[in-house]
Design a binder for this molecule. Structure first.
Ligand code: SAM
Length: 308
């Protein structure tokens, strides 16, 4: 039935997400994508270190509710399942790198899911504040302050798996290409890259756009969508109100919210995601791409084909 009314359901849900975001944003005066900024200070440019510094300082945990929002937990759960399907055995000896790890929530989840001994999974972020908080929170991951454009040299040909989720849309076109090149350099031949992005207008990616971007340098293994936009929209509204409370010195009601939002019930979140998925591609909120680094031989063949 849902499939029959798909365009209407999709349109309604999209409008609803936008509504929650707009109402929430106007409550706090936030106009930048993703996180709230105060209007009295000159806002740093979107996606810069200074922008993230300010974003982290606006909250005691992280600006996106990565450890407690049901939509984030469902997103992590689905990505971990995809990786586990493709990652080879002998997990304890794998080289795994998470880029743009924020406060480490996904890195730690992945480390446990792959059964990697403490500290073997490396996670980097260019925000010192994020890494400081991540180190305090999780002891099972090796956290380092590093920018995505610097991972190629120190990790050259050493990683079996690289994950880079919700980072590329903070970079401009040139930086994105450099980032892809760096991730390719850090991977072993045949190593796997998992990237994801929220699906939306620029600076975000459209789902095919992310796939095409990666396909220029890698062999695509799998690509798809995650449908957590409805949950995400409602949560974002709640987070804006939360930030308003924090700004007004009324404490941090996140703790209360964590109790209200049934965070531990991932099953409920997954059920909501499935229902949303049934309503068709229009409810897709995130695109992911899993791709494999080409062998040197394969790369040489492609270069030859391009030349001829
Ligand atoms: C939206 S969070 C994503 C967190 C996590 N990967 C996830 O999917 O839940 C984006 C993170 O990317 C980091 N980041 C942005 N640009 C970066 C860059 N050029 N190099 C390294 N980290 C970066 C930010 O500091 C921030 O912590």
């Amino acid at each position: 039935m849902c499939l029959a009314i798909e365009p209407w359901v999709g349109l309604f849900l999209t409008e609803l997400f936008e509504f929650f975001e707009i109402v929430g944003a106007s409550l706090t005066g936030a106009l930048s994508p993703g996180v709230a900024m105060t209007t009295t200070e000159k806002a740093p440019a979107y996606g810069t270190r200074a922008w993230f510094k300010k974003a982290y300082r606006s909250t005691p945990d992280d600006p996106w509710g990565l450890s407690w929002r049901l939509s984030q937990l469902v997103r992590y759960d689905l990505i971990v399942k995809i990786l586990k399907r493709h990652v080879p055995g002998k997990e304890s000896s794998l080289g795994v790198l998470d880029i743009g790890c924020a406060t480490g929530d996904f890195a730690s989840t992945l480390s446990s899911a792959l059964g990697m001994p403490g500290g073997r999974l490396i996670a980097v972020d260019f925000s010192e504040e994020a890494i400081f908080r991540a180190r305090k929170k999780y002891l099972d991951v090796d956290f380092r302050v590093m920018s995505i454009d610097a991972v190629g040299a120190p990790f050259r040909d050493s990683m079996d798996v690289i994950t880079c989720m919700e980072v590329l849309y903070y970079l401009d076109d040139i930086q994105r290409k450099e980032a892809l090149e760096n991730m390719k350099n850090a991977l072993k031949e045949g190593g796997l890259l998992l990237v994801s992005s929220r699906i939306s207008r620029s600076p975000y990616f459209q789902k095919d756009e992310l796939r095409e971007f990666v396909a220029a340098e890698f062999d695509i293994v799998e690509a798809g969508e995650i449908h957590v936009g409805f949950m995400g929209g409602v949560e974002k509204f709640v987070m804006r109100v939360n930030k308003l409370f924090y700004k007004l010195g009324l404490g941090n009601p996140t703790r209360l919210l964590r109790r209200i939002i049934p965070t531990t019930n991932i099953r409920l979140g997954k059920a909501i995601e499935k229902v949303s998925r049934l309503c068709g591609p229009i409810t897709a909120s995130h695109a992911y791409v899993l791709a494999r680094k080409r062998s040197n031989l394969h790369r040489a063949e492609i270069r030859l084909r391009r030349l001829s």
